[in-house]
Design a protein around this ligand. Structure first.
Ligand code: SAM
Length: 294
């Protein structure tokens, strides 16, 4: 005789890290399993939180990530499901570039261990370079053999050792946060992307308000540079469960004027915009050779 299937208990959402929530939802053995999941989740959450502490300098941030990447712990902690930025951004790029993907030149800013590149390569993108200041992250990234060149540099006020207007698309997932890429980094992205190319980036929604560098600055800067014809804001979309069950925001900008000319949009009254100094092509080429690590 066939036994009747037992009614299933509703699955608890383990992304919720409030342990009282679990106590109210489960009991007995299940309680123990859920509590273990909560503890694991909290450990990951704290590892990520420690990369975003208020007042961290860019160097401290890069050092922290370097150590976190050791023994692949970063990839283990920020696994898909917990952190979904790379999937979200790659999906968007794939929607925008549907043909000859192997020829599309992409630069991944704050590439870290190469998670975005891994996702992009699954869509057939092959020409991917990366920039990140954390040696430990880049070490893991290079092991994956996806990126053609990686540059160990900070994205921000300084001009990267990359020529003007050479990429079809700049992507960034998780590169914006306390002590991470400043607003000026966006102008640098505009410099290295071709006219008509795209910048696609995703970040945690809360940071737009509570990271001082971005509060009342990031979005006004995007609007102002749109007004000044550096780019056109094609999309600003909120995305659910970007990381740790928190919402993210995806921005998509189309470059209207590539190269250091983007600097001319710098308003004297706006401290958030880069003091980017443009370098000659010969200069950038030389620096590029020096800094290329793969
Ligand atoms: C949350 S991780 C994201 C890494 C990768 N994009 C991913 O999705 O897994 C943040 C990355 O930003 C990098 N980062 C921090 N500040 C940066 C800066 N000013 N310029 C470029 N990268 C930066 C860190 O080294 C780290 O690899």
């Amino acid at each position: 005789m066939e036994s009747k299937p037992k009614p299933r208990k509703a699955k608890t959402n383990w992304f919720c890290y409030n342990s009282n929530y679990y106590k109210s939802m489960s009991s007995g053995d299940e309680d123990e399993v859920e509590q273990k999941k909560t503890r694991e989740f909290m450990a990951k959450y704290m590892a990520n939180y420690r990369a975003h502490r208020k007042g961290m300098t860019p160097e401290e941030v890069a050092d922290y990530y370097s150590h976190w990447a050791d023994t692949q712990q970063y990839d283990l902690d920020l696994e898909p499901g917990v952190y979904n930025g790379p999937t979200i951004v790659a999906e968007e790029v794939a929607e925008c570039f549907t043909e000859k993907r192997d020829k599309v030149r992409i630069i991944d800013l704050a590439c870290g261990t190469g998670r975005v590149g891994e996702e992009l390569s699954q869509y057939g993108f092959k020409s991917i370079d990366g920039v990140d200041p954390a040696a430990g992250m880049l070490k893991q990234c290079l092991k994956k053999n996806i990126y053609k060149h990686v540059y160990k540099e900070f994205v921000g006020d300084k001009t990267l050792s990359i020529e003007d207007g050479i990429y079809d698309c700049a992507v960034c997932s998780g590169g914006f946060g306390e002590g991470h890429i400043p607003c000026s980094g966006l102008q640098e992205m505009a410099r290295i992307v071709k006219t008509g190319g795209l910048i696609i980036f995703v970040m945690r929604k809360e940071y737009i308000k509570y990271v001082e560098e971005y509060a009342d600055k990031l979005e006004p800067m995007i609007s102002r540079l749109e007004h000044e014809h550096t780019w056109e804001l094609l999309e600003r979309r909120e995305v659910a469960n970007y990381s740790f069950n928190r919402d993210g925001v995806l921005f998509k900008l189309k470059i209207k004027r590539s190269g250091p000319a983007a600097d001319s949009a710098t308003s004297k009254n706006d401290s958030t915009v880069a003091n980017t100094t443009s370098t000659t092509k010969a200069g950038t080429k030389k620096a590029k050779e020096d800094k290329k690590t793969s």
